[in-house]
Design a protein around this ligand. Structure first.
Ligand SMILES: [Fe+2]
Length: 190
């Protein structure tokens, strides 16, 4: 009988290090890491084991692994989990020069993408507008390349468990948050 060996978080991290060592192309990196994260998401139990979550609540960001020897654009990739409240959302933001892979371990999130529209592009005044939206269900991965703008919303109807890999821990980078209501932007503290 063939025994199936489950993928592990440690195995995933080794694969991510291998990706950074084998290419400097952020698109190729994000694609490969997303593919491997998809495999990890399909492995039951590993995140519960890492988080030791209560039945309800336990919201907030949880660090899973910070790797100082690899990353993009500089070293310090970060694997984390975000335990999200029902309907939790955020304002549109970018990730500076980093790319980020989002994976849904439990629940579903809505991803909305944005860009600036200038007069002559179908608007009278400069504004930031939605360009697309999709629902990321359990087991699905999505990545955002350097400079891309998005926001997320938990549409699970309960708690959502989202795993994120930041190609370089975002608090090390300058990045922006955008307010479509009053057409402003500001540097994010995190
Ligand atoms: Fe983001």
């Amino acid at each position: 009988m063939t025994q199936t060996v489950s993928y592990t978080m440690e195995g995933f991290l080794e694969d991510v290090k291998h990706t950074f060592a084998s290419t400097s192309d952020p698109l190729a990196q994000a694609r490969e890491v997303a593919e491997n994260l998809k495999t990890l998401l399909a492995t039951p139990g590993w995140l519960e084991e890492m988080l030791d979550l209560p039945e309800e609540g336990g919201y907030g960001p949880k660090s899973l692994h910070l790797e100082e020897d690899a990353g993009h654009p500089g070293p310090g990739f970060w694997l984390m989990a975000s335990v999200q409240k029902p309907d939790q959302d955020n304002l549109p933001h970018d990730h500076g020069n980093a790319w980020v892979v989002y994976g849904v371990y439990q629940g579903a999130i809505e991803q909305t993408k944005w860009r600036w529209f200038y007069p002559g592009e179908g608007v009278d005044q400069l504004q930031i507008k939605e360009t697309g939206q999709f629902i990321q269900k359990e087991g699905a991965v999505a990545f955002f390349l350097p400079g891309e703008i998005h926001n997320t919303r938990n549409v699970t109807g309960g708690r959502a468990l989202v795993v994120r890999l930041e190609s370089q821990k975002l608090d090390r980078l300058t990045r922006y948050q955008y307010n479509p209501e009053d057409t402003t932007m500001r540097v994010m503290d995190r």
